[in-house]
Write a protein that binds this ligand. Sequence first.
Ligand code: FEO
Ligand code: CA
Ligand code: CA
Ligand code: CA
Length: 605
Amino acid sequence: MTDFDKIINRRKFLQGTFVIGASAFILSALPGMKALADSTILFTSVATNSLDTITLPEGFEWHVVASWGDPLWSGVSPFNQESRGNADSQARSFGDNCDGMAFFRVNNRNLLVVNNEYCNRNIIYGNRASKLPENDDDVHKGIAAHGVSIVELSMSSERWEIVLDSPYNRRITAASPVELTGPARGHNLLKTAADPEGKFALGTWNNCGNGVTPWGTYLACEENFNGYFSTPSQPDKKLTETYKRYGIKNKDKGYDWSRVDDRFDVAKNPKEPHRAGYIVEIDPSDPDSLPKKRTAMGRFKHENCEVVVADNGKIVAYMGDDERGEFIYRFVSSGKFSPGAEGNTNLLDDGQLSVAKFEEDGSGQWLTLSPQTTDMTLEEICVFSRIAGSKVGATTMDRPEWVAANPHKVEVYCCLTNNKNRGIKPNAGGDPTPVGGPNPRKANKYGQIVRWIPEKGDHTANSFTWDLFVVAGNPAVHSDANAGSENINADNMFNSPDGLAFDSVGNLWIQTDGNYSNVDNFAGMGNNQMLMASVETGEIQRFLVGPKECEVTGITWSTDNRTMFVGIQHPGESNPSECHFPYGGNSVPRSSVIAITRTDGGKIG
Ligand code: FEO
Ligand code: CA
Ligand code: CA
Ligand code: CA
């Protein structure tokens, strides 16, 4: 028996009987939960396809809530197909590439807070010959298309729509003022020419997944912040290890932000990159509040931030670092959460950061990142968290994406999306990436979801046990480990799990960001998709298929759980002239948030 088989068998042992092949199923309430009359979701799994639209099971419908370029205020020009907007219109319109999001109810208003992760240059500059920014206004348009959009929504004629001119509407862009907080605030590593005190920065960008705190704030998670920096004033400048570990290079990814702002020229402003890569806390109830970059929670390529309150009242935040061979982190607050107390707002500034070590035998530990364990100062640990994690020997993972904690049970899940380097080359810090443990396949093409159970049901405990909830694969093409675990079959297969969230009744929703070629290793998988899983039985069914070339990412629910909001990111990312979601005809494809409801008006999570 191979190690891989042992892992799969352990999963079967922990989960008990697994039923394959049901065409429809009801997920009943979990043990100990009160069953709500309409809390179950019954649907027949949808087949894969490569269509340029949303596919849902019978009994469900969808509509568009907000698309890239939709104005948030009256007086702003509607999205213009030819110009694709300019810097001014973009700064007052919904940003590009929607990702993580959360729904808030504030003073009887419905607020949707949405990350605008990045831009597809070939789409927002698709009207330029180079498909890149060609003048200063183009660059500023890109800067304004990033960040976070806060929009008030209203329901009219069974459709959610943006409330223009709401006092809560807000755009936070890559140029908006933000505050640096926590241990590294004011440290020399964060001081720049523009901010000699190291306390205030400008902007947040490449916000991927998100989090929500029990005190009603939103957490935007800065991921691939590196791709915006370059060294045009010294094209051959040698960048040292602390830059290399985070992927900062002499050239950016084509955004050209250094053209209009020297902050992005690392040769001129070497410390500016130290001010990105954080968890950013935003208060949607106060449009004048400064977003806060929480340095205590570490600097890495943050995917999302899953926050739970431990039984002892401490705040526990689980966070993945999405890069090949990087780590899973945990932050435990020093203080305790007390509903309604004022001190809650600074709980994320003081606590213990640690990294996960997974053992082959199904046990694991959280390894403390402290000056004692790393020989680094606390401030250095905050800013160079990856280097600290390497020093203590954290497990190099297959690209940790979203983490989700079961709201009804002390257990946590994390998508490990794929890793072509597994067993082939080390991570950027030189840490080996051996095949085994929660990363059981060489050159992992399909991804898996790892689950850990904290010792004694305590999220603050330093020990846990783990198993693999699902190993994605293609059983129609492979009969070895690449066929996936037993809960994968020809009717529910997928690759590259990424977004992950529990609904209020304990269903686990899985969103994919994978290969949509539908050929060879990925034959039969179709477009990116969203699936629903029962964590009790391991059963997984496909609920949604996205349009061509999209990624399905971001999920939240209305307060009454009768609407599920889902993000459709970068439709038509490679061939925009052949993709036209969501407006059809000859329209430019636009990243959009959609609302999904049941035709019978019932709950959907
Ligand atoms: Fe922005 Fe790791 O996805
Ligand atoms: Ca993601
Ligand atoms: Ca991804
Ligand atoms: Ca993405």
